[in-house]
Design a protein around this ligand. Structure first.
Ligand code: PA5
Length: 436
């Protein structure tokens, strides 16, 4: 990975990042020695290297069985039990994966459920599953989160109608707490195959646990390469020196911008396949920093699409924005603009040019125009869309987020604010115990 801060020139002072070295040194030591708020949730720090040494044979074996037997895997989960798997799936697999012929796709179709309470979306999913051999991976640490609990009830009931009680049990894999919670109990009662969400890894840091690894392995994502990328990230982004550690540089830069009034960060990408990576990133930073009346508000755009909608606001709207561009240097496919001399669209000068070249010029122009419009921007270069690069990028942002939250003076590992709406919703729903 590379980090380019040139478009923060004029917004950050010379030496502003380097000057943070001493506070970064202190926080780095605190992180390593678990002296930070939320210290019980630091299992992600060396999760990838530990998982590689323990091995992922069991996950790969379960994935192989599901790949052989299933037409479709339905992954039930929300928030930290959903976004990482979806981000990696959309990053690593083809855009129209589910529509590809089975012999090209080689694995089952992948669907996500339990991340909303929409009757229409549920009904449409059940329609598409009709006649298919369906397996389910239900992911919930607590087992009582409303959306996945409802989603799981629905899909389980549907499966019982299709395959009967016993066969349904054979087709469900549960990823949940090691010992406690409703899903652990149900899994024991029903005899489901299970995987454990470690106690010391919070939801938004859990993509490299079985939460992400099992569904990704079923989809044919190379989870060993994903872990290897993250393990390399542990080394690269595990040093205190700001001149070497790009994740810490990023954390310091966004904090410096925040203190100058740039309180909204827009994650900007130029590949539709990164849409859910941006959703994962938003949860990571939003839940980690947005507390104690503090935090950079994380937003996202998919360019060039959004240059035709949000581009106006970014260029000329209220000035409290900065952008973080993620640029993939080498794309998977080569596509060039065809020649069409009889078409008067003014594009003949681009005939024969690679779309990725055009896309990159759009990115360069956007960075320059937005900086000129008063929006500083940072650029993360990713070499390619491989699993290795993705694993490293996951770790880059996780490490940066931890440092950034600590610099801001918040606990980056809790999320107390997500409870309030639940209490009010449970009261409206008539949940026993919530009436008063
Ligand atoms: O980050 C978090 O803690 C949340 O997003 C949770 O992951 C989400 O609410 C799902 O929780 P659970 O796994 O208990 O169903």
């Amino acid at each position: 990975l590379k980090l380019d801060l040139s478009y923060t020139n004029g917004f950050l002072n010379d030496g502003e990042i380097a000057n943070a070295q001493s506070i970064v040194n202190t926080l780095h030591e605190d992180l390593l020695h678990k002296r930070v708020p939320g210290a019980d949730y630091l299992g992600w720090l060396d999760l990838a290297s530990r998982t590689l040494s323990e091995g992922v044979t069991d996950i790969l074996q379960t994935a192989k069985e599901i790949r052989e037997k299933a037409d479709a895997l339905v992954v039930v989960g929300i928030g930290g039990s959903y976004l990482g798997a979806r981000a990696a799936f959309e990053w690593a697999k083809p855009e129209y994966y589910n529509q590809l012929p089975k012999d090209v796709r080689k694995g089952p179709e992948l669907y996500f459920l339990g991340n909303h309470i929409s009757s229409d979306a549920v009904a449409d999913l059940l329609t598409i599953l009709s006649g298919k051999q369906v397996y389910v991976n239900v992911i919930s640490k607590s087992g009582t989160t409303t959306e996945p609990a409802i989603g799981f009830r629905l899909i389980r009931e549907w499966m019982i109608q299709q395959y009967g009680e016993q066969e349904t049990k054979n087709r469900i894999v549960a990823t949940t707490d090691a010992a406690k919670g409703a899903l652990r109990k149900l899994s024991t009662d029903e005899g489901y195959k299970t995987y454990v969400i470690p106690d010391d890894v919070g939801g938004r840091y859990s993509v490299l646990t079985p939460v992400g690894l099992l569904p990704l392995a079923v989809a044919g994502v190379d989870i060993v390469k994903l872990l290897e990328g993250a393990a390399e990230g542990e080394k690269l982004f595990g040093v205190p020196s700001l001149s070497e550690n790009l994740a810490y540089q990023y954390a310091v830069a966004r904090n410096a911008l925040y203190r100058k009034g740039y309180v909204t960060e827009i994650f900007a990408h130029f590949e539709p396949g990164l849409h859910y990576f941006a959703e994962w990133w938003k949860q990571l930073f939003g839940e980690s920093e947005g507390k104690d009346q503090k935090g950079v508000f994380p937003a996202s755009v998919g360019y060039t699409t959004d240059l035709h909608s949000m581009g106006q606001f970014v260029q000329e709207g209220y000035r409290n924005l900065f952008e973080t561009f993620v640029h993939i240097e080498s794309v998977n496919h080569s596509v060039s603009v065809p020649s069409a001399k009889n078409v008067e669209d003014g594009l003949e000068y681009l005939a024969g040019k690679e779309l990725s070249w055009v896309n990159d010029k759009a990115r360069l122009a956007t960075q320059s125009a937005h900086a000129e419009g008063g929006v500083p921007n940072l650029l993360v270069h990713v070499p390619d869309r491989s699993e290795h690069s993705l694993g490293m990028l996951f770790y880059f942002f996780e490490r940066a987020c931890a440092m950034s939250g600590l610099l801001m003076g918040v606990n980056p590992f809790n999320q107390p604010g997500v409870e309030n709406y639940k209490t009010k919703m449970f009261k409206l729903l008539g949940k026993p115990g919530y009436q008063d």
